[in-house]
Design a protein around this ligand. Structure first.
Ligand SMILES: Cc1cc2nc3c(=O)[nH]c(=O)nc-3n(C[C@H](O)[C@H](O)[C@H](O)COP(=O)(O)OP(=O)(O)OC[C@H]3O[C@@H](n4cnc5c(N)ncnc54)[C@H](O)[C@@H]3O)c2cc1C
Length: 317
């Protein structure tokens, strides 16, 4: 390995709640963390307007502003926050090699914290993306945004376990939930399916797909089609939820770390440790269950504490 490669004690990949929280803890433990932000500085919360469920903000907070606050707090303790996308890693160790921007730069690190999150999948309709981007009532997270539609009528797309879980969450809050299932059956487990079938205010619409989300600045309805009969109709809803899955941003690490069949990194129980010494994971990159800012931040803290103990054990800190 050439001598001009920069070496750091703690490298954090990702700038969502997990990455910045790991940075705050690592910096305060004098691990001099270097954090690469990736293509989405601030992570998924920069895609949303109101965050009402993160403790400490009694009036709620705008997502992008919250992530600026996270960054400022990490920088207050001298985290070195940088632009850059990790394209390749070599975890042969003990110094882990991380390649940034296709070889523009290479860094080695005694410890690496992966906080690369996950990305929600969208249908790709122009109207869906436009209203999503303006915070106009299109969401991929019922737990995050369902509350805003209390007592209203909403539609949700998807037929898997997550869609069923999100639909039943919405069913408890909303007056009516239209569930659009593309096929004539669910992909979900029988138990999850039963849960939605038993809720009287959920109307399951098999063979239905969304064609367009209606509304200029906010959702006013959804135009749907029965893909069997080709019959179209408009659902008068004020919220449109998409629950067709997430993709964890773990591609550069898959060669080295164990992942599940969806690509989520598998960590050791009760820790942020992966199978490779000195490599830790936090946030949505390893969490397909909770996927919340507060849980991501919590595991970011765990990753930094585990990394600190690892460095101390190895006499590197
Ligand atoms: C529209 C929307 C609204 C939401 N609302 C809420 C809410 O109200 N409350 C709530 O608790 N949760 C909400 N969530 C969920 C919450 O945003 C996530 O659970 C949380 O952001 C996960 O944090 P994370 O740090 O694991 O990853 P992310 O926030 O996904 O951040 C991942 C980071 O990794 C970086 N990255 C990825 N790959 C690489 C790479 N190869 N190299 C370098 N960097 C990389 C990205 O640039 C990004 O900075 C919402 C999500 C969405 C999409």
């Amino acid at each position: 390995m050439s001598e001009d490669i920069e070496h750091v004690k703690c490298l954090i990949i990702g700038s969502g709640p997990a990455g910045y929280t790991a940075a705050i803890y690592a910096a305060r433990a004098d691990m001099q963390p270097v954090l690469y932000q990736g293509l989405q500085p601030g992570g998924q919360l920069t895609e949303t307007t109101d965050v009402d469920n993160y403790p400490g903000y009694p009036e709620g907070i705008n997502g992008p502003q919250m992530m600026i606050d996270f960054q400022k707090q990490a920088e207050r303790f001298d985290t070195d926050v940088r632009s850059g996308w990790i394209t390749e890693v070599d975890f042969t160790g003990p110094k882990h090699k991380v390649v940034i921007d296709d070889g523009q730069k290479t860094v080695t690190a005694d410890s690496v914290i992966i906080s690369t999150g996950a990305s929600a999948k969208w249908l790709g309709l122009e109207s869906e993306i436009r209203l999503r981007d303006m915070g106009g009532g299109v969401s991929a997270c019922a737990v995050c945004d369902g509350f805003f539609y209390k007592g209203q009528e909403v539609a949700i797309v998807g037929g898997g376990d997550t869609a069923c879980e999100e639909a039943s969450y919405l069913g408890k809050l909303c007056k009516k939930v239209y569930m659009l299932v593309r096929r004539d059956e669910f992909r979900a487990s029988a138990a999850m399916q039963k849960r939605v079938e038993e809720m009287e205010n959920i109307e399951i619409m098999y063979h239905h797909e969304a064609l367009e989300v209606l509304g200029e600045n906010a959702v006013e309805g959804v135009r749907v089609i029965n893909n069997k009969t080709k019959e179209e109709r408009t659902l008068n809803v004020t919220g449109f939820f998409v629950a067709i899955g997430h993709k964890p941003n773990t591609d550069p690490f898959k060669k080295w770390l164990k992942t599940d069949n969806q690509g989520y990194i598998i960590k050791k129980p009760d820790s942020a440790k992966t199978d490779i010494e000195g490599v830790f994971v936090s946030g949505d990159a390893a969490d397909k269950v909770y996927r919340q800012a507060v849980t991501a931040a919590g595991t970011g803290c765990m990753a930094a504490l585990d990394a600190e103990r690892y460095l101390a054990e190895k006499g590197l800190h």
